[in-house]
Design a protein around this ligand. Structure first.
Ligand code: ZN
Length: 100
């Protein structure tokens, strides 16, 4: 489970919680590693017009977490399985693979 905490979120839209004033993801959410310019599934953030949420963990964007997921309509299934598959070998995900 630790692996999901290593990812942040990029989403197609955003909303701001009135009480906390915190930006939260909405619409379609992807897993994203802060510092990279693409999502875990390989979407270029800028071209896909995704907003970054470095302060929101992927685990918090999962609907079952009840965290910041209130307005997330859809989770990218590819990002989801990628994030779930990174629970072992904490160092391996840091290696940046060249694009195919
Ligand atoms: Zn994705």
């Amino acid at each position: 489970m630790a692996g999901e905490k290593d990812f942040a979120v990029a989403a197609s839209s955003e909303w701001t919680d009135d009480e906390d004033g915190v930006r939260l993801p909405a619409g379609e959410a992807h897993a994203w590693v802060p510092g990279q310019n693409q999502t875990v599934c390989g979407l270029p953030l800028r071209r896909a017009q995704l907003t970054r949420f470095p302060h929101v963990t992927w685990a918090d964007a999962l609907p079952e977490s009840g965290g910041g997921a209130d307005r997330v309509k859809r989770l990218c299934p590819r990002c989801r399985s990628a994030a779930a598959g990174r629970t072992a070998g904490r160092d391996s995900w840091r290696r940046v693979n060249p694009r195919p």
